[in-house]
Design a protein around this ligand. Structure first.
Ligand code: B16
Ligand code: MG
Length: 213
């Protein structure tokens, strides 16, 4: 039986992908090329430095490794300007209600995200006290699809991985959940999230039986 639910942040609880896109796009334009929303799809669930590598590949640029931290820091500075203005209205529809439903059914709730900016986003959206465990990019060494982020969350909840289900919008996140021995519910399009055990378009009217396996 599922006793714990682990939520990815970006694309599952909030839609920060558009802010990542605005900031990456600005960096690309500064570097002299265009970075499109299609390109941005490749960055979902991917760590900041790995995202930079993808962006540079799209632009056909191969700067020295020593120049990369400053580029990532510049992007993050622009991204922070967006997320520091976020409000609770930006929580994706139905998520807060579904988490309340899970909690009233006795389930434990964790956050498992690659983002190093999760605490600002949770603070701005009023979600900081909702989770029994928060595992973000500052606590993990290995990025998704490595299962470290979700295994840490399960350990925080004192649960076995097989007692947990992960909610994810990214292919790398689904792989991470499975490599950690957990079920995974994809949030998005079935055509993209083929590997997920179930796929939902979002959380509006999500039922407790969703986590029956
Ligand atoms: P940051 P998630 C991920 O969050 C995003 O999907 C990904 O686009 C981003 O590059 C990554 O966090 C790192 O974010 O630059 O804020 O540390 O989907 O794992 O919640
Ligand atoms: Mg995500």
């Amino acid at each position: 039986m599922i006793k714990g639910c682990i939520f990815d942040l970006d694309g599952v609880v909030v839609d920060t992908a558009r802010y990542h896109f605005l900031a990456w796009n600005r960096l690309a334009r500064q570097l002299g090329f265009e970075f499109t929303e299609d390109h941005n799809e490749r960055l979902k669930g991917v760590s900041r430095m790995a995202s930079l590598e993808i962006l540079l590949e799209v632009g056909g640029l191969f700067p020295d490794d020593s120049e990369k931290p400053a580029l990532a820091a510049q992007k993050n500075q622009w991204y922070l300007q967006y997320i520091e203005k976020m409000t609770p209205d930006e929580i994706l529809p139905g998520v807060a209600q579904f988490i309340s439903l899970l909690k009233s059914s006795g389930k434990k709730i964790a956050l498992g995200t690659a983002s190093k900016n999760a605490s600002i986003i949770l603070q701005q959206t009023g979600l900081l006290t909702v989770f029994d465990s928060i595992v973000d990019g500052n606590r993990v060494t290995n990025a998704k699809p490595d299962p470290e982020v979700f295994l840490l969350a399960a350990a925080d909840l004192n649960l076995n991985p097989m007692e947990c289900v992960v909610f994810e919008d990214a292919i790398a996140g689904i792989e991470a959940a499975h490599r950690g021995g957990m079920k995974c519910i994809g949030v998005g399009h079935p055509s993209t999230l083929l590997q997920a055990d179930k796929v939902i378009p979002g959380f509006i009217n999500a039922d407790i039986h969703l986590i029956d396996f």
